[in-house]
Design a protein. Sequence first.
Length: 399
Amino acid sequence: MGLLERLLRALLDAGVEPTEIRVATTGTEDPLAGLPSELAERLPLVVDRATGPFVGRLQRAWESGSGPVIVLPGDAIVDARLLAHLVAATGNVAFVGESEHGVRGVLRLESDGTLASAENPTELAQQSLRGGLARSPADTGFDGYIDKLRRELAPYVLAVPDEAARKQVERWLFWSNYKGSTDFLTKYVYPPFVWLLVRPLARWRVHPNWVTAVDILATVAAIPFFVAGQWLPGLALAYLMSVLDSVDGKLARLTYTSSKIGDWMDHGLDIVHPPFWYLAWAYPLAQGDTGAPVFQAAVWLFVVYVLDRLVAPAFKWRTGRSIHGYRPLDERMRTFISRRNVNLPVFTLALGIDALSGGQSVAVIAFYFIAGWQVASFVWHLARLVRFWNHRPDTVRPA
């Protein structure tokens, strides 16, 4: 999407409800051309073709409205969190973002008494900060911790002056939307595949909910193949699901198309499906005998998995933070603790060894290991819950 559309979507994502949005232009073209109708109809857009110095144009814009004014550069990508902070803040606030492609500034002006002889928003932001006429987000309580991503991310304003900058900024945005703590496959193996899928899907404006729908179909379709011991198609669907599980979230965050129903489907699927996969893995290993030790191990794995999943919300309720990102040690453990993307390659490797040897003993041993690792992960999480039970987010903060 173009920079203007992205900026407008960032405003909506930040919950901003402006009384007027002035799109300043010095050219004769229509800057609103090509905008989706949903944006053009929903937002109070006005094209400002006035001429003269920047500050004079800003003064006239100020006089036409009421309340604080937020000034943004049109050739940059602005952090939606920063936009939300500017709206919620009081007084004059300014931020200047620097990158190898240039410097860009944004401002929140409470009164027009701070206007100086600047030629653009960046100069005005710099002058306001230097002269003490505006405070920085750091001085007005900006919190860079992203709860959903379990990571700190400083506010950003990224200049996009040309095509080379666009490519680099796209790549940076992609990586900035990865979780601070996640499993081994998601962190080290899947990113190239996710990148190859996210870019064309974003270009074709495919809604992430459609990706999630395919994800759900692949998840469910894998189960009968597993039960029948048809490992190849089952694993193919499993890995497809695993990759798409990263794609839909990145696509939603990068294109500002997140939705409650999409979030519910995505996270609900992540939570619900793993134990059913484990039961489906164990059934052919037990040769259809549900009383066999390996299948009973799967039943206990199911129970412990549920208990482990209950610890996570309890931890967040007590501390206000995710159990997977509370401390650096928790972030490191998240890479290897029992999760689908950890257990899936272990089981795949074991099946591969058995396929070469003509048996299934290695897969059975691997399944017992997966069950034991789930128990160990539950004990670890339970210990962390007890350890930090009486800590609060205002007294303990991740390093």
